[in-house]
Design a protein. Structure first.
Length: 150
C-alpha cells in the first residue's frame, strides 16, 4: 500500500515537471507530503523567473511556506529527478527523512551523502521520468548544463 502512495505522489511531481516544460523551463517537478497530504508543490522555474536557485525542490519548499522543524521531520519529498547538491542541502537542512525520486539515470545527485546523513532514499526508476529528462537533455543540452552548473 505504501509503495502505491509513492507512485500517486510521484504522478503529481510529474505533472509539475510537465508544467515547467510547457512554460519553457526544465522538466523537473517536486511535491512535499506531510501526513498523506501534499503541502507544497513546485517545478524548476530558473528560466521562467530568471533565477539562479529556483530548482523544483526549492520551488516546492518555498510553496509549502514556513514550517516548524518538527513538521519537516514528518514529511516526504518527491522529485522526478535525483536532487542536485543545492537541493540535497535543503533536504538535509530541514531534516526531511524520506526522499522519493523518479529516476537517477539521466542525473545522479549526492545520494550517498544523503543516505549517510540518514535520509531514506527510494528510487522508483520510472521510464516516464527518464524519457522526459533524456529528451530534454538531448533537445536543450546547453540549458541543461547551465542548470547543473556546468
Amino acid at each position: 500500500m505504501r509503495q502505491r502512495k509513492h507512485f500517486l505522489f510521484m504522478k503529481e511531481a510529474v505533472k509539475e515537471a510537465r508544467k515547467g516544460l510547457r512554460e519553457g523551463g526544465i522538466p523537473i517537478g517536486s511535491v512535499l507530503v506531510k501526513d498523506g497530504k501534499i503541502i507544497g508543490r513546485g517545478h524548476n522555474r530558473r528560466i521562467q523567473k530568471d533565477s539562479a536557485i529556483l530548482h523544483a525542490e526549492m520551488d516546492c519548499l518555498e510553496s509549502a511556506g514556513r514550517l516548524k522543524a518538527r513538521d519537516y521531520e514528518k514529511c516526504v519529498i518527491y522529485s522526478t529527478l535525483s536532487p542536485c547538491d543545492m537541493c540535497t542541502g535543503a533536504i538535509l537542512l530541514y531534516k526531511i527523512p524520506v526522499l522519493v525520486i523518479g529516476e537517477n539515470k539521466t542525473f545522479k545527485g549526492p545520494e550517498d551523502h544523503s543516505k549517510k546523513r540518514g535520509v531514506k532514499l527510494i528510487n522508483l526508476d520510472l521510464p516516464e521520468c527518464k524519457k522526459m529528462m533524456g529528451d530534454f537533455m538531448t533537445a536543450r543540452p546547453k540549458l541543461w548544463n547551465e542548470d547543473i552548473g556546468e
